[in-house]
Write a new protein. Sequence first.
Length: 265
Amino acid sequence: MTQRTGTTATTRRLAAVAAALLAATMVAGCDDETTPEAAPPPPDPKQELLAAVPGEQDPAFRFTTSDASGDVSGVVDPTNRGMDIDTVTKDKDFTLEMSFRMVESRTWMKVNFKGAKDIQKLMKLPTKWMALDPAKIEGPDSLPTYEGTDPGNADAIIRAATDVQAGEPGTYTGVVDLSAVPELADALEGVATLGDAAGQLPLSAVVGADGNLSSLTLEIPAAGKKKASEYVVEYFDFGAAPEVVPFTEEQAQQAPTAAYDLLNG
């Protein structure tokens, strides 16, 4: 893993402290009496966490998100404004594996049905990558596109957190009150199954030695018939993940009607 270069908040804080110390030293040099140097302010755990969230200046990295509904994994490539997403949906009769590649506003899809029946053949869906036409998608949310470097919405969760404390080196805890920040539930819609969760949700996070946020866990209590669960975000392999670039015409075909029927429901 590479050294994180996107800790702009920490850099600004250190620069401000250095400037203050330099100014104090210069003033002391002008007087016969020595002026005590002011101690730098203690670090803010919440700001440290926010500075560790991936940004556009970071190298490509892998991610996973998981909750009660399943897991999502992929790669984010800020340099090329690209993202790969892999999802798995299980049914009693089949397993559906769907992969998407997004590079800026362009999107490709790959579908793989597994089961007793050859659903892929029955639906006339190719097994290779397919280039999608946004004009053929019904609804603005049906087609994923590149939307930044934080697919797990860790930044929104941390900003909504209160009582953020630093524990052992690189570990943090806090609480998130969804009733006090209703917009957070909207931000997490589609990536986390919150259900009727309310009250203060315990938060824990880990920042790696390289300064990157490596994991964030939001504990979701039981509600009604739903069991207690966790929403977990993991970011890793900074600088070691593959780049995400557009497919060539040889690598992907135009999506057939069956692909749009699947997406449009």
